[in-house]
Design a protein around this ligand. Sequence first.
Ligand SMILES: NC(=O)c1ccc[n+]([C@@H]2O[C@H](COP(=O)([O-])OP(=O)(O)OC[C@H]3O[C@@H](n4cnc5c(N)ncnc54)[C@H](OP(=O)(O)O)[C@@H]3O)[C@@H](O)[C@H]2O)c1
Length: 327
Amino acid sequence: MLAGWYEQSGPAKQVIQIGQMDQPQAGPGEVLVRLHASGINPSDYKKRGNSNTKIEFPRIVPHSDGAGRIAGLGAGVEGFKIGERVWVFNAQWKRAMGTAAQYIAVPAQLVRRLPAHVSFVEGACLGIPAMTGYRAVFAEGPVRGKTVYIPAATGRVGAYAVQFAKWGGARVIASVSSEEKAAMGRGLKADVVLNRSSENLIERVLAETDQRGVDHIVEIDLGGNMPISEKILAENGSICSYASAQSSIAHLNIGARRARNMSVRVIFVYLLSPSAIEDTCSGIIQALHDTAIHHRIAGVFPLSELAQAHETAEQQSGLGHMVIEID
Ligand SMILES: NC(=O)c1ccc[n+]([C@@H]2O[C@H](COP(=O)([O-])OP(=O)(O)OC[C@H]3O[C@@H](n4cnc5c(N)ncnc54)[C@H](OP(=O)(O)O)[C@@H]3O)[C@@H](O)[C@H]2O)c1
C-alpha cells in the first residue's frame, strides 16, 4: 500500500517519506479500514518536529484522524460491515501506524459510522478537533440556557466548540484576533464575537452578561488567559481547557471576586474514558445528523504531498483543517 512515514524527527520536508509498505491485517478485535482521507493536527506535526525526544517507534506513519470504508473485520468484531463508511480517531496514539496510508488496522472501538452526507475529508476532522471541541463544551454537563465563552473561536477545536455549544442551546460569546476572523466567528453563528486585539475582553464580556459573567469557558490558553477568565467567570462557573498555548503555568487567584466555587478541568483527547468517548462520539454523530456542523476545510493535499501539507498546517493558525485525500 502507499503510505507516508518518518523514521526520525525533524522538519517535514527533511524527514517525511512516501512509498510502499506492507498492507496491515485486522487482528482480533480490530477492523481494517481503506482510508480515503487523513486529518493533520498540531499533535501530529509537533511530535514529528520535536527533535528533543527520541521517536516512539522506528518508523511512524503519522496522523490520528481518518475516514474511509471498512475493508476487513478481525476475529470477534461485530457491528460493522465490509464497505461501510467510517471515521477513525486516536489511531496513532501509542501506535506506530497512523492514518497517512491507504490502509489501517485499528481496534474497533476507535471507529464510528460516518453519516452519508459527511464526506471522507470532513470525516477526517471529527477525531481530535471535533471530539476535543465537543468534550470541552459538555464536560461539565449540558449547556442549554448557559453562556459559554470560547476564545480561539476560529481554531480547529474552537470552531467546532462554538458550533456544538450553539447546537447544545448555549449563548456563545467568542473572541478572535482580527476583524477577518471575527467575520469567520459570526459565520459559525456565535452570538457575540469580540476582537481580543482591539477590545477590553473583561469589560465587554461582563457588559454582555449584565455583569454576571459566563457559566463555562472553553479554554485554549489556561495559563495565559487566567487573568481574564477569573474575572469573567460567573459564580459556580467552569473552565475546560484543552491547551495552554502561551504559558504552561496557570496562576489562579482564588480571591478573584467572581471565581467562587469554580471548577477547572484540563482534558486530553487521547485519554478520555470509554464513557466520555461514547458520549462524545454519539453527540457528534447526532449533531451531524442535525446538520448543525460546518467543517472548515482550509486545504486538501494528495498523499504524495504529505510534507507540504504538514508545512502548510504548521504555518497557519485559526483558518481550518488540512486534510490528505488518499486515492
Ligand atoms: N488537549 C487535547 O486533547 C487537545 C486536542 C486538540 C488540540 N490541542 C491543542 O490545542 C491547540 C489548538 O489546536 P487547534 O488544532 O485548534 O489549533 P489551530 O487551528 O491552529 O487554532 C489555534 C487557535 O488558537 C488561537 N489562539 C492562540 N493563542 C490564543 C490565546 N492566547 N487566546 C485566544 N486564542 C488563542 C488562534 O488565534 P489566532 O491565530 O487568531 O491568534 C487560533 O484561532 C494546540 O496546541 C493543540 O496541540 C489539544
